[in-house]
Design a protein around this ligand. Structure first.
Ligand code: AMP
Length: 449
């Protein structure tokens, strides 16, 4: 299939040609025609699979072909969970709107509210926004959604996880007319809240699931290394930064403070690294992301703030300094590399504190993961195993023991006794099966010797 098969409006097709895209990706092949036919969609697709154009193209096609329902109201609203992702969607949208009469604006939390009011007063056709700030403007009557034709929710699962359900409902209700079309994208369709939400927002949606959103990305080479502690992780990090070939790398840490600390450590070694965390204000965040995407920094050290959606073509190495708390974030993190068919490397350090997360990732990927190791940097830590449930010391009560032995020996002696040598003629106390490590707390784990 080719883009030319979609029957796209001329200028839209010219932009696709300029971008050098001829064949639509799988999600585009399915989502573009369905959306162009006017269907509501609920779609999941692998990270980096071309999802953004899967909604931008039908949106522009609809606007070019149909008359606006209102002269003043926005025609398309695109919502994303993070400001960084919104900026990236906006940048792709601008490639398509710059040669048209359509105006697109970006409305993000953390930026000047009054400047945004002025921008909204100019009656843009497209708004790309984070939900909280857009809902604030809506409450204050800075724009209306009676003429909205398309509501697009990108990474809907993450928006709900971040607690934006109320704002999404508010935006939905303000645009509640029968001509509205809704496209919902989510990393997974197995998300109870997304499904409930879809019932509220979507009208007879088509479901599109391309592979599993969590199926393995063939272009990413994953490697896992055991680590004893923080010092050991730092030594491993240095080793890989010195030995791997990469243009740019992203290092993911568990905490905000670690992003700063690691970036400082790398700078001290003359490695051009920068830290991005949610503690920074929006203009600092913008500056850092701009600098990184322009190649001013070789390494970005961040938390899961930057795990989703960001399309940074020169990132060919992702290092999980700590494993993520939620297993699906692992897929998003490593999806920062191996974008659009290019190859990437993803390395993960697994220490005692990462063990449960590691097991969850293993479960999600449905495979047994083997650890690699580096000569001279081998960990003593070998993993954790579920603790055996504590046995109450059993005081052999002579009378009970005799009764139990008599009762059971009538049924089947074999089941109860091994050889007399093994058990000294005592009944074996059957142990409960240990719980899978996945579901038990840290404190219930023993180190594997
Ligand atoms: P996304 O999943 O939307 O973040 O897109 C990931 C990357 O794939 C971006 O760099 C897009 O520009 C690129 N891309 C999108 N559609 C295509 C296509 N049909 N052919 C090749 N690359 C594409």
């Amino acid at each position: 299939m080719q883009f030319s098969d979609f029957g796209l409006e001329r200028r839209l097709m010219t932009t696709v040609d300029h971008l050098g895209f001829t064949e639509p990706t799988e999600i585009q092949q399915q989502a573009i025609p369905a959306a162009m036919q006017g269907h509501d969609l609920i779609a999941s697709s692998k990270t980096g699979s071309g999802k953004t154009l899967a909604f931008i193209i039908p949106a522009l096609q609809r606007l070019s072909k149909n008359r606006a329902l209102s002269k003043r109201d926005p025609r398309v609203v695109i919502l994303t969970p993070t400001r960084e992702l919104a900026k990236q969607v906006y940048a792709q949208l601008r490639l398509f709107t710059s040669n048209t009469q359509f105006k697109a604006v970006l409305v993000l939390g953390g930026e000047n509210f009054n400047d945004q009011v002025k921008v909204l007063e100019k009656d843009p056709h497209f708004i790309v926004a984070t939900p909280g700030r857009l809902a604030d403007h809506l409450s204050q009557g800075h724009f209306y959604l009676n003429g909205l034709e398309l509501l697009i929710l990108d990474e809907a699962d993450r928006m709900l996880d971040l607690g934006f359900a109320e704002q999404l409902s508010q935006i939905n209700k303000a645009a509640d007319h029968r001509k509205r079309q809704t496209l919902l994208f989510s990393a997974t369709l197995d998300h109870a809240q997304v499904n409930d939400f879809a019932k509220e927002l979507l009208n007879k949606p088509k479901r599109i699931a391309i592979g599993g959103a969590f199926t393995e990305h063939q272009d990413i080479n994953k490697r896992f290394y055991l680590a004893d502690n923080l010092d050991h992780k730092e030594t491993l990090l240095q080793h890989f930064l010195n030995t791997e070939t990469y243009q740019q790398a992203i290092i993911f840490t568990a905490t905000r403070s670690d992003t700063e600390r690691l970036a400082r450590l790398l700078l001290e070694q003359d490695i051009n690294a920068v830290a991005l965390s949610g503690e920074l204000n929006q203009s600092q965040r913008n500056q850092i992301m701009d600098g990184f995407s322009k190649g001013h920094h070789k390494i970005l050290v961040t938390t899961d703030l930057a795990s989703r959606g960001l399309d940074l073509v020169n990132v060919s190495l992702v290092i999980n300094f700590d494993m993520p708390k939620h297993a699906e974030e692992f897929i998003h993190r490593i999806g920062r590399t191996g974008r659009a068919g290019s190859k990437g490397d993803a390395i993960a350090f697994v220490g005692p504190k990462d063990w449960l997360s590691f097991k969850n990732v293993e479960g999600l990927l449905e495979q047994t993961i083997r650890f690699d190791c580096i000569d001279g940097l081998k960990a003593k830590f070998k993993g954790l195993k579920p603790k055996k449930p504590k046995q109450k010391p059993t005081k052999p009560n002579a009378e009970k023991l005799v009764k139990a032995t008599q009762a059971t020996s009538k049924k089947s002696t074999k089941k109860i006794f091994h050889s007399a040598q093994d058990v000294g003629d005592m009944p074996i106390i059957k142990r409960k099966k240990p719980l899978s490590a996945q579901y038990i707390e840290d404190t219930d784990l023993d180190e594997v010797e």
